[in-house]
Design a protein around this ligand. Structure first.
Ligand code: SAM
Length: 304
């Protein structure tokens, strides 16, 4: 099955791990899918639950998806916006890049967020919450084929949001975990403890302990993404905070700066409070639901 790629890319994005995560979901799951750390939303968009509550502390991500939900951002808006922005970027290069970056940090318009996010594929913020990705020296970034790809991605997400019941909320993780009920699944993908630092806000031992306390006491099932080990060290919290839960692992490669030669192997972990019956393939009923949805919006091509 094709992997759905969202228009926003963020650090730690789970595009290539979404099948693995999807296949640990129990076949009889019928509750709400809850993501306190939605990031790009790629996991939910591939799981395609009927009802989901997707949250993040980063308001730009939430504003962007709420703008798609309300119709303020539509594929046609994105197309004409990126076409005209692409032209200005081609003519004025670096100066224009920084002008828009400043404009976005001042006005926080979701379309500017999309524009900057698509510039070199990743979003990154400084400690004050300012978007700080530098110019990637590609004034011709917004070629026609690239704009089409982004427009198709927006279109796919717009259809998903129309078809299912998805809520996007900007908030800290505590509230949504406390409100989850038996039968729901909370999928948590916080910044990896001891690894990533360039998030909208930081993540440290205190944050990991706070998350652990809330997940320990939650009424629903949970799946937590974290790192297990790399060639040099191991995630010590798996033997302390998370030691009473089940853990499964999978090797994954991260590309530093997008270069193939900088492939860093890492063992990824999924920590769960239920026993995982891992299936190689998605259950038939769920696969049929996703395939019917894809047929319904058939004309949209989604890049792998
Ligand atoms: C690893 S990323 C999630 C990636 C996402 N699963 C994906 O595939 O795109 C972690 C996310 O956690 C968010 N975050 C950090 N601290 C948070 C908090 N206290 N409450 C809610 N979200 C938080 C960050 O803004 C970031 O989007």
């Amino acid at each position: 099955m094709k992997v759905i790629v969202p228009p926003i890319k963020c650090q730690g994005i789970k595009t290539k791990l979404s099948d693995w995560i999807k296949n640990v979901i129990p076949d009889d799951f019928k509750g709400e899918w809850i993501e306190p750390f939605m990031g790009s939303g790629v996991v939910a968009f591939n799981v395609q639950p009927r009802k989901a509550i997707l949250c993040d502390i980063n308001p730009h991500l939430i504003n962007f998806y709420n703008a798609i939900k309300s119709g303020a951002i539509a594929p046609s808006t994105v197309k004409s916006f990126l076409k005209s922005e692409g032209k200005k970027l081609k003519e004025n290069g670096e100066d224009y890049y920084y002008e828009v970056r400043e404009r976005f940090n001042k006005n926080q318009e979701p379309l500017d967020f999309l524009n900057r996010s698509c510039f070199n594929g990743m979003i990154r913020f400084n400690g004050k919450g300012g978007f700080n990705v530098p110019f990637c020296k590609k004034p011709e970034r917004f070629a026609r084929s690239y704009i089409t790809e982004i427009v198709n991605q927006v279109s796919y997400i717009q259809n998903l949001i129309k078809c299912y019941d998805y809520e996007f909320i900007c908030q800290d993780f505590e509230k949504i975990i406390t409100n989850a009920s038996k039968g729901d699944i909370i999928y948590c993908d916080p910044p990896y403890i001891g690894r990533h630092v360039d998030y909208y806000n930081g993540w440290n031992e205190k944050s990991e302990m706070r998350l652990n306390a809330f997940l320990k006491n939650c009424k629903s099932m949970f799946i937590l993404s974290t790192w297990h080990s790399n060639d040099y060290r191991k995630n010590k919290y798996l033997d302390t905070l998370w030691s009473s839960f089940d853990v499964i692992t999978k090797e994954h490669f991260y590309h530093v700066g997008g270069y193939e030669k900088n492939r860093n192997p890492m063992l990824e972990a999924l920590v769960t409070n239920f026993t995982v019956v891992y299936k190689k393939n998605l259950n038939r009923k769920k696969a049929k639901q996703i395939s019917l949805f894809n047929q319904k919006i058939g004309s949209v091509s989604v890049s792998p």
